[in-house]
Design a protein around this ligand. Sequence first.
Ligand code: ARG
Length: 570
Amino acid sequence: MNYKNELANLLSRCTSLPADELLQAIETPQDQKMGHLAFPCFRFAKEMKKAPPVIAQEMSEKLKNECPPWIEEIRATGPYINVFFDKAAFAADTLEAVYKESEAYGSSTQGAGQKVLVEYSSPNIAKDFHVGHFANTVLGKALDNIFRHLGYDVTSINHLGDWGTQFGKLITAYLKWGSKEEIEKTEIAGLVKLYVRFHEEADNDPSLNDEARSWVVKMEKGDEEGLALWRWFISLSLREFDRIYKRLNVEFDLTRGESYYTDKMEAVAKTLADKGLMVESEGAQIVDLEAYGMPPCLILRSDGGTLYPTRDIAAALDRYQTFKFDKCLYLTGNEQILHFAQWMKVIELMGNEWAKGLVHVSYGMYNFEDGKMSTRRGQVIKAEDVLNEAVAKTREIIEEKNPNLSDKETVAEQVGLGALIFNKLYNSRVKDTVFNWKHILNFDGETGPYVQYAHARCCSVLAKAGLSKDADLIGSFDAKHLADDEAFAVARLLYDFPASIVDAASKYEPFLIARHLMAIAQAYNAFYHKHIILVDDQEVKNARLALTSATRQVLRGGLKLLNITAPESM
Ligand code: ARG
């Protein structure tokens, strides 16, 4: 049941104003003493020539005569009409919805018929998959899940950095100093080493740079020797990336790197020239964006070579051709905000109406505090090292807290990764993330393990009652036993959860879901500590078990949206 809609209809009958207009004005008071929903009467004062408190008084008297069963009380407080739910009816209605919809709770058809591309992760071939790519993958995967849950037709894309001058350098270095066995064994680390060596040697021998450039030119003309090495570098890198994706349960509908657009660049330059958008500047070709308060967007270097923006423009045009998307999301760190603003503006200036569907979803950096992994020392922090460390630390905690747990290894992996993911998704993406192991793995703090633990607690309560974890308790309890404040607080949060999913999608902010799950976990724990669940009174027990079971389900489903697994015991 949609309570806001119901209230709007009721108000509409009493005022003969359109319900959708009234709906906009309905508020959810922070303090539930002010009702579960509230309606401010200021807006009618002018028309009715009365003070808002008088209107509130009169209108609530009128409403009382029509009071439907879901409302327990209507009260005028100052200029507000406060509406109090019948808590038992509310709980019964909410728990039933959660049961009935099961895994689909909070899903909808709002996205039906709409195509959304989510480009995320996008690491660079022959370079480390670092914590920034981890952050990207975590955010992207959450958005991917969220949009699918809301019925959008989503295609996920991994836009690999697989083209550019670095591959000429790498080929040059490999042919001079590399060994096949060594690289096969060391994968990206070996390639990074070759790349570093190239730069060291090129300082003394600039001709190496010419050699590297000539490889790029050869490859662009289809040179098989160069391309074969390049493909090998890609497959070695993907081997490493795939290990991480497997652990994170991430799969892409499309893995398509920058190289795919190589033969589509010329057309971009030509179109821009034809449309009179391109001008020459110091030998290079640019699109002037001064009118939009931005530096120019570089399209062609003076030697005719294409640039990062050129590739993004080519890719967007190609994606629109292929998918006719309604939205195309791009995840990157916020250091790329200008780059995206520039090339997206160029797409718009080209006269593409669909440019409004291009969305840059940017996020803040990781700040590692001192210790073994300190960003202050300036080195790259590899994602795999952080994942391993999180799991190792979690293993220690489990060993200390619950040494008899079965399947410790799996749980350590789920909780360790869950902690990292939750930490990244607990604050608005635009903020930097402070990385502190003590905080991230604090089972009592605002952390992934805390929410996972609340879920495991629900599982254990149900198990103690001899119930399977998704036992159907509908019809076996009387919701009047869920009218206490603690139970109602949980029910209210469960009821509100679907709205948080919608909100998260519209703002591209998974943290709204993470926060909501934290609130549910905290509310359930407060309920658990205040009330004994497994009491002798069968009716009371069943009601509390039903609440427990619904909580378990929403926590599990919500964590899944964030790509976090919820173990049944931990
Ligand atoms: N590969 C780039 C990096 O690691 C990110 C690519 C972002 N996507 C894009 N379409 N430009 O920084």
